[in-house]
Design a binder for this molecule. Structure first.
Ligand SMILES: C[S@@+](CC[C@H](N)C(=O)[O-])C[C@H]1O[C@@H](n2cnc3c(N)ncnc32)[C@H](O)[C@@H]1O
Length: 436
């Protein structure tokens, strides 16, 4: 077994790592990255399937592999694993992410789906507001927030649509419809369309829910058919045996120890996206939480994350927190919490991997208050503290067309492209740990 690298040796190793052209996926088009079910729902900071595919190509040699993603987001890793006929497990604390990931990874027989869609569209077409006795299904306890984001007539139409969706008895099909419903909410709302942040645009002309829904369902239907074709029949027929995804914390994977072959994941970034807030339209309409304050505290890397003092094992992390402390004590605490939380996530990755298995963490560095937040280097050091050998560092450029967004140098938050004064992630890293 090789000795762990010292913090300085880790910094040097990153310095010496050139970016690898093959990992930039420069030629990928939106239809490549959005193939199959990958375009069912927008999701901030999702990674491209080609990156996962390549990692599977390089590291998986068995046809019965088990792939895990503790921060599965909208399920890019999970979908890719299922497409290859592997077992897929994972968690996300974001309830809407879990719904999206599960639906995207569940192929539905296309003819049957077409029938169910026709049935729903017929109900929508027959709906006549003057004669119908259908109550709009609007979650009463969130009505004030819903009124902030939606016009009254849109609320009515969305409520009717939701009611009709809930008449679908097949839970898989109903969830498929709910993902389409969730996806159209932004366009139907007053949420500033170009912004991922919750910003209201009172001059916006929201689109009509029934039209937007019909359009998006058609797109999803095509995606499902293409996905159905690639998923091996044995997996399609027993999807519940292959797919094990839960709402839950990254530090508690729903799998036994030493059962996973490969982890491919991208963690949240410290104080970047407030995932709970960003998905509030869906969380409100689908009534996924009754306590926003508590819900927000569960997210790693958010300014709202619960704080409890823990000693940081990573020396690089300690140095970063110390540098930040004099400039912003609040930010220093957020960063400390983030690194302490991630150390626990790495411990869990170590527990679930088989010996010889690897974890691949996709992560970029950033700046806060002028301090370099070397997430990737800290991850590399922390992986060693959890028992991993630092196996490989891949540095990849993110071609501008798929660059998520730019970050503001002072706050580290994502900003509009025109206004940001720093590149978001011109490069990012895949930090790979090996469980020997
Ligand atoms: C960078 S995104 C992952 C995107 C994903 N790779 C994809 O392709 O969609 C990070 C995810 O971590 C999730 N997350 C934040 N805190 C978490 C926690 N405590 N446990 C599990 N997931 C968490 C967020 O909800 C978000 O979906």
């Amino acid at each position: 077994m090789r000795m762990p690298l010292s913090p300085q040796a880790i910094l040097d190793a990153f310095q010496a790592t050139p970016s690898e052209e093959a990992w930039a996926f420069r030629k990928c088009t939106p239809s490549d990255t959005g193939k199959w079910t990958h375009d069912y729902h927008r999701y901030p900071a999702k990674f491209i399937p080609q990156l996962v595919e390549r990692l599977l190509d390089e590291y998986i040699t068995t046809p019965t592999a088990h792939i895990n993603d503790p921060f599965m987001g909208c399920g890019t890793t999970i979908v890719t694993a299922i497409a290859r006929g592997f077992y897929a497990s994972g968690t996300d604390i974001n309830r809407i992410a879990h719904l999206i990931a599960r639906v995207k990874a569940t192929p539905i027989e296309p003819n049957y789906l077409a029938q169910r869609i026709d049935h729903l569209f017929r109900l929508v077409k027959e709906y006549n507001p003057r004669t119908a006795r259908i109550e709009p299904r609007v979650p009463e306890r969130h009505i004030e927030r819903i009124r902030y984001w939606f016009n009254e007539s849109t609320i009515h139409d969305l409520g009717i649509l939701l009611n009709l969706i809930h008449r679908e008895e097949d839970a898989r099909v109903r969830d498929f419809f709910l993902v389409a419903f969730s996806h159209i909410l932004k366009r139907c709302s007053l949420w500033l369309q170009a912004s991922t942040k919750p910003t209201r645009d009172v001059h916006k002309q929201p689109v009509a829910p029934f039209d937007a829904f019909r359009q998006h369902i058609k797109k999803m239907q095509d995606g499902n058919a293409a996905f159905y074709d690639v998923v091996p029949a044995r997996v399609r027929e027993a999807i519940d045996d292959y797919l094990n995804v839960r709402v839950g914390d990254a530090r508690a994977q729903p799998v036994p120890s030493a059962s996973v072959d490969l982890i491919v994941t991208s963690s949240p970034y410290v104080t970047s996206y407030a995932y709970a807030d960003l998905h509030q339209l869906s969380t409100l309409w689908l009534d996924l939480t009754d306590d926003w304050r508590e819900y927000r505290k569960e997210f790693i890397g958010a300014a709202s994350t619960a704080y409890r003092p823990r000693a940081l094992k990573s020396v690089l992390a300690q140095n970063i927190v110390a540098q930040l402390a004099s400039r912003s004590p609040k930010m220093a605490r957020d960063v400390e919490t983030f690194f302490a939380d991630m150390q626990e996530v790495f411990d869990e990755s170590f527990r679930i991997l088989k010996s010889g298995g690897r974890c691949c963490y996709v992560i970029g560095n950033t700046q806060l208050k002028g301090v370099d937040i070397l997430n990737a280097q800290v991850f590399a050091e922390s992986l060693q503290h959890s028992g991993f050998r630092l196996d490989r560092i891949i540095k990849r450029e993110i071609p501008s067309k798929i660059l998520p967004q730019k970050r503001d140098k002072k706050t580290g938050r994502f900003a509009k492209n025109q206004t940001a004064d720093a590149e978001a992630y011109p490069v990012e890293y895949i930090v790979i740990g090996l469980k020997e």
